[in-house]
Design a protein around this ligand. Structure first.
Ligand SMILES: Cc1cc2nc3c(=O)[nH]c(=O)nc-3n(C[C@H](O)[C@H](O)[C@H](O)COP(=O)(O)O)c2cc1C
Length: 322
């Protein structure tokens, strides 16, 4: 089975990471399913309560004894929740959207490896200088907050810039072909969000998964107006814009941006209330371009099994070319 040195570093069998996604998109069941399938599961802390984080960490400990990651967004990092993460001593603590520098020593002191997600070469250099152990280079295809450079353009540049640090590719990867392509670009693994959202175990509404199955790649948009509505992850650290499947909400506020400043508080409340009702995805179905290629909700183990089998087949086919 396809393996890279990253597998040995992280203690996983397949070089696949179930990406960190904020609340409510990841939970202990999803993380444990990824870990038990041989991948690295990641629990996002963004928009999670401290009580919920403690409960999910306890549940992960019941469901798996494999390595997993806990993720914090640097510009909105909650100190109480970071302390909870350190106390849980996960194998990996991952960060995104800002300089992780201050958090690297305490993470290392807690015995964790530090993984940091970047969208530019400069951010990768900064993270390497801060002493992180793994860099995730995220292309603009990705769901969630991201930058403007494509995965295939960014990954080899980041690989060269931070050598010998291992690099993981993210953005637009959904199958074994994408995994092998990432390895060809110099990455040692892949980080997938959208594909794992459309899994049986992902704790999101059926309508959200259906929206991913129905979407074409062109149906996703970088929804810049969110940074006016809810300044935070996309404005306080590394500049970033959220990618989501177009909805009536994104269509409306993309063209009414000049009105947002006066309406921001009400729109923020609308988004929070929708999320609390489990309907956040109706206004903002956060997902990446790979939605266009995903047409089936699958168990996490099957996603990992298919990806690795496809990757093995692609590698064997490529070997016949030389
Ligand atoms: C719904 C959603 C929420 C996300 N939330 C986070 C987050 O809280 N922290 C983070 O580091 N990345 C987050 N991401 C980005 C993922 O970590 C990952 O880089 C991305 O999903 C990869 O691209 P893909 O969606 O094309 O697989 C999120 C992505 C999605 C789709």
């Amino acid at each position: 089975m396809v393996r890279t040195p990253l597998c040995d570093l992280l203690g996983i069998e397949a070089p696949i990471i179930q990406a960190a996604m904020g609340f409510p998109n990841t939970d202990a069941r999803l993380v444990a399913a990824a870990c038990n399938a041989g991948a690295l599961g990641s629990l996002g802390t963004y928009q999670r309560s401290p009580e919920n984080l403690r409960a999910e960490l306890a549940r992960i400990a019941e469901l798996t004894d494999r390595p997993f990651a806990v993720n914090h967004l640097v510009p909105v990092l909650n100190q109480e929740m970071f302390a909870t993460t350190l106390a849980a001593r996960p194998a990996v603590i991952s960060f995104a959207l800002g300089n992780p520098g201050p958090y690297v020593p305490p993470a290392h002191a807690a015995g964790a490896l530090v993984m940091h997600q970047v969208t530019t070469v400069e951010q990768a250099r900064e993270a390497a200088a801060a002493g992180v152990d793994v860099i995730v280079a995220q292309g603009t295809e990705a769901g969630g907050f991201g930058g403007t450079v494509t995965m295939a353009t960014l990954v080899p540049q980041v690989v060269d810039a931070v050598e010998p640090l291992p690099v993981v590719a993210a953005g637009g990867i959904f199958d074994g072909r994408g995994l092998v392509a990432a390895l060809a670009l110099g990455a040692q693994g892949v980080n997938l969000g959208t594909r794992f959202l459309a899994s049986e175990e992902a704790p999101v509404a059926a309508g959200y998964k259906e929206a991913i199955l129905a979407a074409t790649s062109e149906d996703t948009t970088r929804f810049e107006a969110l940074n006016d509505i809810a300044p935070g992850p996309g404005t306080l650290g590394y500049p970033a814009v959220v990618r989501a499947i177009r909805s009536a909400f994104t269509d409306e506020w993309e063209v009414r941006r000049d009105e947002i400043v006066q309406r921001a508080e009400a729109l923020r409340a609308e988004l929070v209330e929708a999320r609390q009702r489990g309907e956040g995805h109706i206004r903002l179905p956060v997902a990446g371009q790979s939605a266009g290629a995903i047409d089936e909700v699958l168990p996490v183990a099957e996603i990992v099994r298919r990806m690795t089998a496809e990757a093995d087949a692609v590698i064997a086919r490529l070997a016949t070319l030389s």
